[in-house]
Design a protein around this ligand. Structure first.
Ligand SMILES: CC(C)(COP(=O)(O)OP(=O)(O)OC[C@H]1O[C@@H](n2cnc3c(N)ncnc32)[C@H](O)[C@@H]1OP(=O)(O)O)[C@@H](O)C(=O)NCCC(=O)NCCS
Length: 210
């Protein structure tokens, strides 16, 4: 599914459930040694997806560990991003000679928990979501906003090594093209980022490819 919003240099793989025979590689098991079963399962499956996608680039299977603040550590010459939510796991990778950053995020399509929208959006974004909802009431735009901001963070952090708050980018969605733009309100390497979104089979997907 996620391949529908990724350009050709990016290879991806996804899973709708957790294969029982997906292995963990050296160093990975320690990262989830004390985790609950659900966390171990998503961690294992998304790495299985990543190794599948990396194989398409000719990269042999190896561990995908967690670096600073949880960002995945990719083989030399590779950029990528991982995501998991109930019923969906996905990995997207590319060679760094073709793509300089990737952020992908999946969420279950539905409303945000009470009170969360106010924490993750700016007033102008809430106005924008209301206008979108008036035209496209079948879509939970607040969930798309949340997902797109997570994708922004997943390209921002590996480049800067810095935190980015939800109030530090303002997003706009264009339903006709399936694109969104994120205007960064904090000085840094990006002025505006463009991404793509998709809602299908009960899942919200967003992706930014640099
Ligand atoms: C890190 C974060 C974006 C992950 O998103 P999520 O919806 O909770 O979880 P997802 O399943 O989609 O993604 C999890 C994966 O993100 C990746 N990830 C975690 N921290 C990361 C970071 N700092 N940079 C890049 N990727 C990161 C990891 O690969 C992780 O999978 P793993 O733990 O199995 O290795 C989120 O937890 C977070 O901290 N958000 C706050 C910052 C933010 O979003 N700001 C908005 C700026 S506009």
């Amino acid at each position: 599914m996620i391949e529908r919003i990724l350009p050709p240099p990016v290879r991806s793989a996804h899973a709708l459930d957790d294969p029982s025979d997906a292995p963990l590689f050296p160093g990975e098991a320690e990262l989830v040694a004390t985790a609950v079963a659900k966390r171990r399962a998503e961690f294992t499956t998304v790495r299985h997806c990543a190794r599948t996608a990396l194989a398409e680039l000719g990269i042999p299977p190896g561990p995908i560990l967690r670096g600073e603040r949880g960002a995945p550590i990719w083989p030399r010459g590779i950029v990528g991003s991982l995501t998991h939510c109930a019923g969906y796991r996905a990995a997207a990778v590319a060679r760094d000679t073709e793509v300089t950053g990737i952020g992908v995020d999946a969420e279950v399509h539905g409303p945000l928990p009470d009170g969360v929208l106010d924490l993750v959006s700016l007033p102008e974004e809430r106005d924008h979501l209301a206008a979108l909802a008036a035209k496209h009431p079948e879509t939970w735009w607040e969930r798309l906003l949340f997902s797109a901001k997570e994708s922004v963070y997943k390209v921002w952090f590996p480049r800067t090594g810095e935190w980015l708050g939800f109030e530090e980018a303002t997003l706009t969605f264009t339903p006709d093209t399936g694109e969104f733009t994120a205007r960064l309100l904090r000085p840094g390497p990006f002025g505006t980022l463009t991404g793509r979104f998709l809602v299908a089979d009960g899942i919200v997907l967003t992706a930014i490819v640099l």
